[in-house]
Write a protein that binds this ligand. Structure first.
Ligand code: ATP
Length: 144
């Protein structure tokens, strides 16, 4: 299905992780629809993202009004609020979005997201810890 949103990405949750991701996508000339229920965050990012909307992503009618079901790529960047993460991810999968990404804050959270049909689950803290370990070891070698 081809739509106006073919190359765009919807990023739901604009905390530290979602915001960095959304801004990086825009930097690389990708159109981004950012969604967060926090009015202050939405206000801060208006002007930096292609579109930013204050909305509750756990509501199907709200997501449909924003045409989220027409996107091919979506990221759920909600971590701490497990219920919101799961409800949102479940809706995105049920829309038939081709590429759904979600961040998980624990292994159990990630397992549930995978069971829901999320295509890519990422563990930012865990993965960054591993990467920094490699960096630390690399730097250590400089001193030997
Ligand atoms: P980070 O580490 O990236 O800062 P976090 O892992 O602590 O974030 P949360 O605080 O749970 O994640 O959520 C990130 C963002 O998602 C917050 O800005 C929050 O307002 C937003 N969010 C949470 N629930 C919803 C929801 N139902 N609809 C829209 N946005 C939501």
């Amino acid at each position: 299905r081809r739509t106006d949103h073919d190359d765009s990405v919807v990023v739901i949750g604009l905390g530290r992780f979602g915001r960095a991701l959304a801004l990086e996508l825009v930097d690389e000339d990708t159109e981004v629809l950012g969604i967060d229920e926090n009015a202050e965050l939405v206000q801060q990012l208006s002007g930096s993202l292609t579109h930013v909307v204050r909305a509750d992503s756990t509501k199907e009618d709200v997501l449909r009004q924003l045409a989220v079901h027409e996107f091919n790529r979506a990221v759920v960047a909600i971590g701490t609020d497990l219920e919101a993460s799961i409800l949102t991810a479940s809706l995105l999968v049920s829309f038939g979005i081709q590429d759904v990404w979600a961040k998980a804050i624990s292994e159990a959270h990630g397992r549930i997201l995978t069971q829901l049909g999320v295509h890519h689950v990422v563990y930012p803290e865990h993965d960054m810890g591993q990467r920094v370990a490699h960096l630390v070891r690399g730097r250590m070698l400089d001193y030997i």
